[in-house]
Design a protein around this ligand. Structure first.
Ligand code: CTP
Length: 381
């Protein structure tokens, strides 16, 4: 379909970047990046008619279009031609750059190949920078020596790709990392950009090995300005099964509260992840002060805490046993009485209802009530 659309437009159209890399390695990839030597918006419109996509997003000022399909496929279209307007109402100044320049702006040779989609050259691979050779040699190599200076997030990406594909960093590329870090290149990028790349790493199956590489290469130390005891030590098969939130919180397990706060200050985490990290922090601090054998206090602190946080707090040796015990007791509660029941049986509206409900719950936790029948009898008394 893209080939047909390209013929209709009469422009050269290419698939580029990660999709081409993964295609050559026989790996799945649902993100298609297309570059057209012409108008990206027009190609986006034609394609969205031919392929019934679920969403079409056009960015006129960048000449780009995105098509999103409900099966999870993304198709992004960029243009090697950009139309700039010097002032409102001015005629567009069309800037042309070639595919070669477009590819040169990319991060690594393996990500800088293109695949032709036009009729006459369909399927040809364009590889100006030795991407195919590096795929075969299993190396991550940047395209020019200033690559990490231009875009320091590429250091995280280099580690991500190397671990994901079990590749090595090419010597020039590996050597450039400590040099860039010494120059304090991270000072020029925003917390948003760093966070974005970091989250992408936590989403990878081999995130723990990537985490260890981030530590080993001094990336974390350079960004957070401190050498924290990050934890990426779980068995790979266990880590892989975990959600993003669990992965994140477990990696913070050995940091103290001040350190976790400092980490949060340096990142712009998605709201929900930040909220649960703060809740984790609050509980970690509170549990430290708590008498862990006092079920009443423990219940007040933990009654509404989601299972996920429970498991993570429980992975701290100091809390494993008391939390396990409390959790079993909590799971055994089959309390039936509600506030409405109490009102119907004549208890006055007000704080008394809450306090009776709490009392019943505590009786369950303490084993004074073990069945709904016993609960009824307890209420009668
Ligand atoms: N790119 C780049 N520098 C960056 C980010 C991206 O040069 N800092 C280029 C690369 O050519 C990359 C393409 O933009 O292939 C698309 O970026 P992205 O979707 O982030 O990466 P993918 O290579 O598709 O990797 P992934 O498989 O992780 O999605």
């Amino acid at each position: 379909v893209i080939r047909e659309a390209a013929s209709e437009m009469g422009n050269q159209v290419y698939l580029v970047g990660g999709f081409v890399r993964d295609l050559l390695m026989n790996m799945p990839n649902n993100d298609l990046d297309i570059v057209v030597e012409g108008n990206g918006i027009e190609l986006g419109r034609i394609l969205s008619k031919k392929l019934t996509c679920d969403k079409l997003v056009l960015h006129a000022s960048f000449g780009t279009a995105s098509l999103i399909f409900c099966n999870g496929t993304h198709l992004d279209i960029a243009s090697t031609r950009r139309e700039d307007y010097d002032f409102p109402g001015a005629l567009p100044v069309v800037e042309e750059s070639t595919l070669r320049e477009d590819l040169l702006r990319r991060d690594f040779t393996i990500n800088a190949m293109a695949l032709c989609l036009n009729e006459d050259s369909f399927g040809d691979i364009i590889d100006y920078y030795g991407g195919f050779r590096d795929l075969q040699q299993k190396e991550i190599r940047f395209l020019h020596n200033l690559s990490f200076i231009d875009d320091p997030t590429r250091m995280l990406r280099a580690i991500k790709f190397a671990v994901r594909y079990e590749f090595k960093l090419a010597k020039v590329t590996a050597d450039a990392m400590p040099i860039a870090l010494k120059e304090d290149v991270f000072a020029k990028i925003s917390a948003e950009r760093f966070t974005e790349e970091l989250i992408l790493i936590y989403k990878e199956a081999k995130f723990q090995r990537m985490g260890r590489e981030l530590i080993r290469n001094g990336i974390f130390k350079a960004w957070f300005k401190a050498d924290y005891a990050w934890n990426f030590e779980e068995a790979e098969s266990v880590g892989e099964q975990r959600s993003l939130t669990e992965r994140w919180l477990i990696s913070l397990k050995n940091l103290d509260s001040n350190e976790i706060s400092a980490v949060l200050d340096r990142l712009t985490l998605p709201k929900s992840l930040k909220r649960i990290t703060l809740e984790y922090l609050r509980l970690k601090q509170a549990l430290k002060l708590e008498d862990l054998t006092d079920l009443k206090n423990l219940d007040e602190l933990l009654a509404g805490v989601p299972l996920l946080l429970f498991n993570i707090l429980g992975s701290d040796d100091a809390y494993t046993d008391p939390l396990k015990k409390y959790r079993l007791l909590r799971e055994g509660i089959q309390m039936k009485t509600t506030g409405k029941d109490l009102r119907q049986s004549g208890v006055r509206e007000g704080p008394e209802i809450g306090s009776i409900l709490k009392q019943i719950r505590l009786a369950w936790l303490e084993g004074k009530i073990r069945t709904p029948d016993e609960e009824k009898r307890y209420l009668e008394i």
